[in-house]
Design a protein around this ligand. Sequence first.
Ligand SMILES: *[C@@H]1O[C@H](CO)[C@@H](O)[C@H](O)[C@H]1NC(C)=O
Ligand SMILES: *[C@@H]1O[C@H](CO)[C@@H](O)[C@H](O)[C@H]1NC(C)=O
Ligand SMILES: *[C@@H]1O[C@H](CO)[C@@H](O)[C@H](O)[C@H]1NC(C)=O
Length: 318
Amino acid sequence: MDEPKVTGTKPKMSSTRMILLILAFLSTLAVIALIAVAVTQNQPLPENIKYGIVLDAGSSHTNLYVYEWPAEKENDTGVVKQVEVCKVEGPGISGYSHAPEKAGPSLEQCLQQAKEVIPSAQHKETPVYLGATAGMRLLRLQNESAADKVLSSVGNTLRSAPFNFQGARIITGQEEGAYGWITINYLLGNFKQSGWKKLLHSLKSLSETSGALDLGGASTQITFVSKELTSESPENQLYFRLYGKDYQVYTHSFLCYGKDQALQQKLARDLQTVENSLLPDPCFHKGYERTINISDFFKNPCTSEKKMAMSSLKTTGK
Ligand SMILES: *[C@@H]1O[C@H](CO)[C@@H](O)[C@H](O)[C@H]1NC(C)=O
Ligand SMILES: *[C@@H]1O[C@H](CO)[C@@H](O)[C@H](O)[C@H]1NC(C)=O
Ligand SMILES: *[C@@H]1O[C@H](CO)[C@@H](O)[C@H](O)[C@H]1NC(C)=O
């Protein structure tokens, strides 16, 4: 009569062992799978990288930048690295004023490049911004509806890319000055000063930060730390708190004083005294000629004050 008891416990023991064996086998499989994933991805598992895309739409051309940074901020500060730069073919977006619908598609090729650099699983969460500068500020002064159409074309293209669209707009001259100043001082390491360097600076009464002069195509910015509490206009005064320190910064953006627009202004002034419709230009190679449509030339807000009655003009090298 004892026999059924014995045979009854035996299968119970072996089924527990079986479950343990199966569990051990499954967890071994799981470890192998994890290692395989880690090896094929060729990177340690906990690494978590974020990406961001910025399009810098200048007056003469547009650049697309891809940045990456670790998701876990190190000591409360994200260390950002530029991993890709793509120069958009053709003119700056303000150059599409006569065909605004073509401004957006001109960005496609660089967006494609960004898609290849950023892992596709992260496309949806990757923010993309476009900031336009003085070329678009001038177009807005000259023809606001054309500027709106260019921005909406660019916005449509960015919105239809697989990224997280954050906006496409014309930034102010103050923002442009501020970003330039922060960038150069970040790159020079001026925000994170060691105790000794800080002491040396205070003894020599040296400035801890550098001023920034940014010569663009259509505007130029000057930005520096100012001790004076008043400036000609409150919008030229900026306040930042960076790495726990306060900065009071003066900034001004001079529209029409970028390299290209300064030359246009000089040409407009030379035209006031031109004898016939031929103007020698000392910057041209000998024999080189260029024909300018005067009515188009004086539509530019940087030259329109110096308008004059001529229909076209040739500029030549001597
Ligand atoms: C973060 O802080 C730790 C300890 O203070 C330091 O060893 C490390 O270098 C810091 N990392 C960075 C990126 O500054
Ligand atoms: C302004 O731009 C729009 C769109 O490109 C164009 O249709 C219109 O003729 C322009 N106006 C002027 C005054 O140039
Ligand atoms: C200059 O451009 C305008 C359009 O902006 C055009 O109507 C005019 O015919 C052009 N003039 C010459 C001489 O090509």
